[in-house]
Design a protein around this ligand. Structure first.
Ligand code: YYY
Ligand code: MG
Length: 136
């Protein structure tokens, strides 16, 4: 089933020049870009995006980080795009969970600076795409 998912190359990925690498892996997998935008977001957008984590101890630093500089937001499309991109990204902890061959496994060391975001379910994808792009 064709799906759409929100992918972010977080500010660490933009600063490190890894935007092309992320796009390249998305395209090589067979997924395609339906929208893409470089932007620096307001705290209100970051807080809404990560609302499920608002009571976690890392929430403040997460919002500081996501708003710290430009990021690249993309709508990625294809068969099972939501799971397919989560597989390309690897687990949240880039050392303990993400395996080599994944974006986080290959390019990140710290949970806080784990390079990319991908929606985790169809409900999250719909909510996040509305927040970032105004529509699914
Ligand atoms: O969906 P995913 O990004 O893989 O992880 P989440 O559990 O939704 O956490 C969102 C985001 O929060 C994660 O990518 C990094 C950050 N974070 C953190 O800084 N410290 C933690 N212990 C857990 C998550
Ligand atoms: Mg998540």
């Amino acid at each position: 089933m064709t799906e759409r998912t929100l992918v972010l190359v977080k500010p660490d990925g933009v600063k490190r020049g890894l935007v092309g690498e992320v796009i390249s892996r998305i395209e090589r997998k067979g997924l395609s870009l339906a929208a893409m935008d470089l932007r620096t977001v307001e705290r209100s957008v970051a807080e809404e995006h990560y609302a499920e984590h608002k009571d976690k101890p890392f929430f403040g630093e997460l919002v500081d980080f996501i708003t710290s500089g430009p990021l690249v937001a993309m709508t990625v499309e294809g068969p099972r795009a939501i799971s397919a991109f989560r597989q390309l990204a690897g687990g949240t902890d880039p050392v303990e969970k993400a395996t080599p061959g994944t974006l986080r496994g290959d390019y990140a060391l710290e949970v806080q600076f784990n390079l990319v975001h991908g929606s985790d379910s169809p409900e999250s994808a719909e909510r996040e795409l509305k927040l970032w792009f105004g529509s699914l």
